[in-house]
Design a protein around this ligand. Structure first.
Ligand SMILES: [Fe+2]
Ligand SMILES: [Fe+2]
Length: 314
């Protein structure tokens, strides 16, 4: 593509519209871009972008991304610098970032920000809704029901991360690189889900049994991994089938009763990822499992349901 100083190459900013921090920042950037007509910046809210593959969306939501006209992407500090380069009043910062050693430093600062982002998201939501986050249904607040459901989601996502850690631990010992790749990819998505749920649920409202959910999750991944990848895929398909239904119940509730702004798209996003996990695992698993594996998968489904019931309360 031929670009000139008057007509730069189009750049698309991929941002998380469900995040109050991202919404504020992008609104500011948009105003700046609009004040100068030829910035060639477009914006896509990935939290609502149905064209985006669920697995890809989790990666895109974890960090800021910008996409060039040829489809290639920059992320993290490099994405910010590319965006600043287009904004009136910010180009000096982009020039500074191009000094030797500046970009790695910015990247380090960005990673530090990502660690505290869940806390800042909660603070931003409180600023948006000063009535508090447990004041009741209808406002942008958490009802007692939604709080219980989110506690079970938080416990579930904690368990999910540890399922994949258990699989990784065994797959590494067995030198099963395909299974390692599967577990690491899924584990990264689950970590994104956990961060998302943590941005909604304050630490004081989380399950007091997180240690137990971690151990249970790790065993749910490691035990089938001892018997080979097919047992793992069948287990993941069973877990994700349950998780899909669990999220669907919450989505149905939010569609019937008003809930806090941004929560419904957040849960829809998690559910879409879980369905992608389920479908991938089901495609890889043995379609005619023996009775021991069928019993194990039934136990996993029942165990997940019991864990959710308990995590809603404790
Ligand atoms: Fe998840
Ligand atoms: Fe999942």
């Amino acid at each position: 593509m031929v670009t000139t100083p008057d007509k730069p190459e189009p750049l698309t900013v991929l941002y998380d519209g469900a995040c109050p921090l991202c919404r504020r920042e992008i609104a500011h950037v948009r105003r700046l871009a609009d004040s100068r007509g030829n910035c060639a910046l477009d914006f896509i809210d990935i939290s609502h972008d149905n064209a985006c593959l669920p697995a890809e969306r989790a990666t895109l939501l974890a960090r800021l991304h910008v996409q060039r006209a040829d489809g290639s992407r920059l992320d993290g500090a490099a994405a910010f610098v590319a965006m600043w380069q287009r904004l009136p009043g910010w180009r000096w910062l982009a020039r500074l970032a191009r000094l030797p050693g500046a970009l790695p430093l910015l990247e380090l600062a960005y990673r530090g920000f990502l660690r505290i982002r869940p806390w800042m998201q909660r603070a931003a939501r409180r600023l948006d809704h000063p009535d508090g986050d447990t004041a009741g249904r209808g406002a942008a607040a958490l009802s007692a029901h939604i709080e219980r459901e989110l506690r079970s989601d938080h416990a579930g996502e904690t368990g999910a991360i540890h399922i994949y850690r258990g699989i990784v631990a065994v797959a590494r010992r067995r030198g099963d690189h395909a299974l390692l790749d599967f577990a690491r990819r899924h584990g990264e998505t689950e970590a994104g889900h956990l961060a998302l749920i943590e941005s909604w649920l304050p630490p004081s409202h989380r399950s007091r049994l997180l240690g137990a959910w971690r151990v249970a999750g790790w065993l749910t991944g490691a035990l089938p991994a001892l018997f080979g990848p097919r047992a793992v895929y069948a287990t993941v398909a069973a877990v994700e089938t349950f998780v899909d239904r669990h999220y669907q119940q919450q989505i149905d509730h939010l569609r019937t009763h008003a809930g806090p702004e941004g929560l419904l798209p957040a849960l829809l996003r998690c559910q879409a990822d879980e369905c992608a996990h389920r479908d991938e695992a089901a495609a890889l698993s043995d379609h005619r499992p023996g009775w021991p594996l069928r019993i194990w998968c039934a136990l996993v489904g029942r165990g997940s349901a019991a864990a959710v019931t308990l995590a809603r309360r404790v």
